[in-house]
Design a protein around this ligand. Structure first.
Ligand code: FES
Ligand SMILES: [Fe+2]
Length: 339
């Protein structure tokens, strides 16, 4: 298995980058250390391996805006260039570590893992409610011991909610389903339930039963934006709007950083802690154990080699798998041609 390298991957939430913090995260099997310069506000990301004796730079500390290796004290600036050796005045320019393009979008920090010349910040996926003054959002993250593609399978087939997430409606979640690939390459799955029990509560919708619509779109390589809407049965209007982002950054072939956020009306009379508890129960308490059990059961085998049963509701997930495989193959082909 390989990864798509020419893409932006989320390294962490912006509020992790405070003060002198060094944020260390392995992404696509490459250890990365990142920080935010307190004076300029600029972000920097380097390969988290000192070129001297290969100590993790993240075990060191920031000194005058440079990361100082905790082993023998070499100091590297944000471009990866070594600027100081405590034992010699002269520092050859050949002493350097790899740097990565890095940028913040409201709330989240992204790193470009491929050819730096192709890093276009306009390609960073937009999570619009992070910057919407009429909304607020809660967020979290976890490390899931599973291939990121299994998590995309999970997200693009929300029919798992019916059995895995009882508080999202359980057996009442019996959607009409459709999926499509848009001309821009985004793959969308839509789940519509004309009449189901009100899972949002009477404060949000004053009715016992509701109409529910979940629309999830996949943006290559591993960003998923889910928009959940609900209203009165038989009405075209929606009263509740809950957008959420599910952003995956592979750590390696069998583990994935899962960053999620969920937005709501700024004035929703439900405290953040209560929202976080509901979402953590679903993502960490229900999805994560199932995904990790699937990973263990597959024992490193490829999904297609195991000849899986394909259901109509797998259509979106299968589209994503095919598209990702083609994108990765094209990137590898291009790399082999230019090598
Ligand atoms: S390992 Fe980093 S300075 Fe020696
Ligand atoms: Fe789920």
């Amino acid at each position: 298995m390989s990864f798509l390298f020419n893409a932006w991957y989320m390294i962490g939430w912006a509020d992790e980058f405070t003060g002198e913090a060094l944020v260390a995260r392995t992404m696509l099997k490459i250890p990365v250390v990142a920080w935010r310069d307190a004076a300029s506000g600029a972000y920097h990301a380097l390969e988290d391996t000192c070129p001297h004796r290969f100590a993790p730079l993240s075990e060191g500390k920031l000194v005058n805006g440079r990361v100082q290796c905790g082993y023998h004290g070499l100091e590297f600036d944000g471009t990866g260039q070594c600027r100081h050796n405590p034992f010699n005045k002269v520092v050859p320019s050949s002493i350097r570590t790899r740097s990565f393009p890095i940028a913040e979008r409201p709330g989240a920090v992204w790193v470009w893992m491929g050819d730096p010349a192709r890093a276009d910040e306009a390609l960073i996926p937009d999570v619009d409610y992070h910057a919407d003054p009429t909304m607020r959002y809660v967020k979290g993250s976890s490390l899931i011991a599973s291939d990121y593609r299994l998590i995309t399978d999970n997200l693009m087939d929300l029919c798992h909610s019916t059995f895995l997430h009882p508080s999202f409606g359980g057996l009442e979640y019996m959607p009409q389903f459709r999926s499509e690939e848009r001309p821009d390459g985004v793959i969308v799955c839509n789940y519509h339930i004309p009449d189901m029990i009100n899972i949002f509560g009477p404060e949000a919708i004053p009715a016992e039963r509701i109409r529910n619509n979940d629309n999830i779109r996949w943006i290559a390589p591993s960003v998923h934006i889910l928009e959940s809407r609900a209203g009165l049965v038989g009405s075209d209007e929606y009263i509740v709007y809950v957008p959420s982002a599910h952003i995956l950054t592979p750590q390696d072939e069998t583990s994935t950083h899962y960053f999620w956020s969920s937005g709501c009306d700024k004035d929703l009379p439900v405290p953040d802690e209560a929202l976080i508890e509901i979402l953590k129960q679903a993502f960490d308490g229900e999805d994560k154990p199932m995904l990790e059990a699937v990973q263990r059961r597959m024992a490193g085998r490829d999904l297609w080699d195991m000849d899986p049963v394909l259901l109509p509701t797998d259509a979106g997930a299968v589209r994503v798998r095919r598209k990702m495989a083609a994108m990765i193959a094209a990137e590898r082909e291009e790399a082999s041609v230019s090598a």
